[in-house]
Design a protein around this ligand. Sequence first.
Ligand code: ATP
Length: 250
Amino acid sequence: MTLSKTHPRYQSLCIRERLTDGVRTGITSQTGLIAHGRGEAFDYLLGERTTDSAMRSEEAAVAMLLAASHPVLSVNGNVAALVPGEIIELGRVLNAAIEINLFYRTEERVRIIADHLRIYGAAGMLGEYPDAALHPLPPEHPRSRVCKGGIYGADVVLVPLEDGDRCQALVGMGKSVIAIDLNPLSRTAKAATITIVDNVVRAIPNMVELAIRMKDIDADRLDDIISRYDNEEMLRAAIEEIVTRGVGRV
Ligand code: ATP
């Protein structure tokens, strides 16, 4: 389908098209489309832009990833379809490992995503050969399967579009978890150490820019940014943003 750039929902329709292409090529799951629908509704309510509070969360997240000793960026089917080049670039600038980690894992899908990311320049990516399980999730469950040298051993994990159970499992294992989730009310948003209430298509490029700007700042300054950050305050700010915008429109 050819989309007109003047269409008021042009950006949103382009994102949908990338995801439906992702389903066609086996990168994105059908449930990934439903998850996107939930996110899209919140994005509409937030004005489809990076709010000031989201930018503050992105800054704190980059500080935390730069200060980490073993940072890992988790990639699922939606992220691989929407921001493949950008997530690889973020890993490169932050010197963070990339691990493919799927909620609906099949070996075929992992291979397709890995090949797709390699086209965008990924090298040494993890997730194709998981050798550890996230507890307390059942070890036989595909969504618990991770790599010892990746998510399992990480001190800080970035999980765009995570589900509440896995987010809680990661936090329970003592990790700092950075979630990107447009729904400030989700279990993930509440459980994460830092929640970025923004669309991954804006959040990841913003974080690349921030990482380039912040990568030489010293450890004390990074600690200062992290310690001043208050996740509950940022979630409240996102909810207020939705309410204020809504009231202004009726
Ligand atoms: P939870 O278990 O945390 O309560 P959930 O069951 O509501 O989550 P899932 O369907 O597991 O949600 O995950 C999808 C989440 O990802 C939703 O909260 C949705 O808002 C968010 N999401 C979807 N697309 C995007 C996107 N492009 N950028 C950021 N967040 C997104």
